[in-house]
Design a protein around this ligand. Structure first.
Ligand code: FES
Length: 114
């Protein structure tokens, strides 16, 4: 079984038109997911960094939402045009793209026991 160094989860959730929170599919989520898949493959990260399409990551207003694990860096308002920069800066060089990182105090969710 493959053990990946990182997972890149890209929200592609689609609620259909008119939902008050919106969704990432309507904000280019599928294009972002494809850009990660293509870009990571081209950079030689197959079986090392895994791009995964995800359902709602609960940051809908800030979509398209991407989260990179294990470091749990959350990105908001990501477009396909941003993906090469995320791959180069974060995945290759270990430096998250600050202009796209969602600050902790803007993340939806409750602190757990971990
Ligand atoms: S629809 Fe993408 S985070 Fe909720």
């Amino acid at each position: 079984m493959a053990r990946f160094q990182r997972h890149v989860f890209v929200c592609v959730n689609d609620r259909g038109p008119g939902h008050p929170r919106g969704d990432c599919a309507s904000k280019g989520g599928h294009a972002v997911a494809e850009a990660f898949k293509k870009g990571l493959f081209e950079r030689g990260f197959k079986r090392i960094v895994r791009p995964n399409k995800a359902q709602c990551l609960d940051q809908c207003e800030l979509g398209c939402t991407v989260v990179v694990y294990p470091e749990a860096v959350w990105y908001g308002r990501v477009t396909a045009a941003d993906v090469p920069e995320i791959i180069e800066s974060h995945i290759v060089n270990g430096k998250p793209v600050a202009r796209l990182v969602i600050p902790d105090d803007q993340l939806t969710g409750i602190e757990g026991p971990l």
